[in-house]
Design a binder for this molecule. Structure first.
Ligand code: LMR
Length: 334
């Protein structure tokens, strides 16, 4: 009897060891935007690729639209190991203590994706990613979204129009300075709360690339959208360093390859996704879309570039100068 019990026990233990050996490594990838956005699609692409390249050894579970965690919570969850991957906007790294990421929030510092990539793919981009290691994180890739439009329930065509308007921003001090430079009243708020805040009038307006504006239906509760393209919004895909370093080397290599392919894919669709979303916003007729005249754009630019200097202490003057040099930009010539 005793021997039988032992045999049963051994068999059960063996089965559970086999099951454990075969259980995939789960990566919970949490993010706050809709699936039908550049980031949402990039995350889905990565999940599929990771499964293929690791032959099922890794299972990536994507949680979109703040279904698992909101902005601030997801950062904490990643550091605690409750999730393994995120792609927060570059405007959300200040609270982690890596405030230099706010370089990308500076108004009118990048004219297009090409200029932006000179920085994300150059030494400044690499240096920023390295800084994350001190926070127990690993930066895996930069993913694009796009250039922001302004929206509000009051007209916002000239810099004067922004005076006194309550504008929702992400958790970036550069964005705070940007709104103040226009005389607006910035309000930091989690992405998941923006629609309701706009709908109920807690804030008057906000800024975001069209893909976010449209997929969150913000245009349905905003009377005016101005295509200012005044700033960039993109992401850093990050993982928990302890988790990443603990992966078997071959699996890590396969995930790096999956991330490389997902980055090419996501960055490849970003502009088109935003153009399409803008078209949908226009077609909906829910908000009045304005394209600023060259003179209006220049006035806005002049009102905003002073933020570069104001924020040099926070971001590092050398980082700003590197961008100016790479993109041939001289603010004094405006
Ligand atoms: C926002 O909070 O407006 C954006 O960061 C959302 C996102 O992740 O694109």
């Amino acid at each position: 009897m005793k021997i039988r019990t032992m045999v049963v026990g051994i068999v059960a233990a063996t089965f559970s060891m086999i099951a454990m050996a075969q259980a995939p490594i789960v990566i919970k990838f949490s993010h706050v935007v809709a699936t039908d956005t550049p980031k949402g699609k990039g995350a889905e692409f990565f999940a599929k690729k990771a499964g293929e390249l690791t032959k099922g050894k890794v299972k990536v579970e994507v949680y979109a639209n703040s279904t698992l965690y909101k902005d601030k919570e997801e950062m904490e969850a990643l550091q605690l190991g409750a999730v393994q991957m995120l792609a927060p906007s570059l405007a959300k790294f200040g609270p982690l203590g890596v405030k230099e990421f706010e370089l990308f929030d500076l108004p009118y510092i990048f004219d297009d994706y090409k200029e932006l990539h000179l920085i994300t793919e150059g030494p400044v981009g690499k240096g920023l990613m390295q800084k994350l290691e001190g926070r127990g994180l690993v930066g895996l890739a930069f993913w694009d979204n796009g250039f922001k439009v302004m929206s509000s329930n009051k007209p916002i065509t000239t810099p004067e129009d922004y005076k006194g308007q309550k504008m929702r921003i992400q958790s970036s001090n550069v964005l705070d300075a940007q709104m103040r430079a226009l005389g607006a009243i910035p309000q930091k708020m989690a992405f998941s709360e923006v629609y309701q805040a706009l709908q109920t009038g807690v804030v008057d307006g906000t800024e975001n690339p069209p893909s976010n504006l449209y997929t969150q239906k913000m245009h349905e509760v905003q009377k005016y959208v101005t295509m200012t393209n005044h700033g960039y919004l993109g992401y850093a895909v990050i993982t928990n360093k302890k988790f990443w370093d603990g992966l078997p080397a071959d699996v890590r290599g396969q995930l790096e390859q999956a991330m490389k392919e997902a980055t090419t894919y996501s960055n490849g669709i970003a502009k088109e996704e935003n153009d399409k979303a803008m078209e949908e916003v226009r077609k909906s007729g829910k908000s009045q879309v304005t394209v600023p005249t060259p003179a209006q754009k220049l006035a806005l630019k002049k009102a905003l570039v002073k933020v570069h200097n104001e924020m040099a202490g926070r971001i590092g003057k050398e980082n700003i100068d590197t961008v100016y040099k790479a993109t041939n930009f001289d603010p004094s010539k405006l």
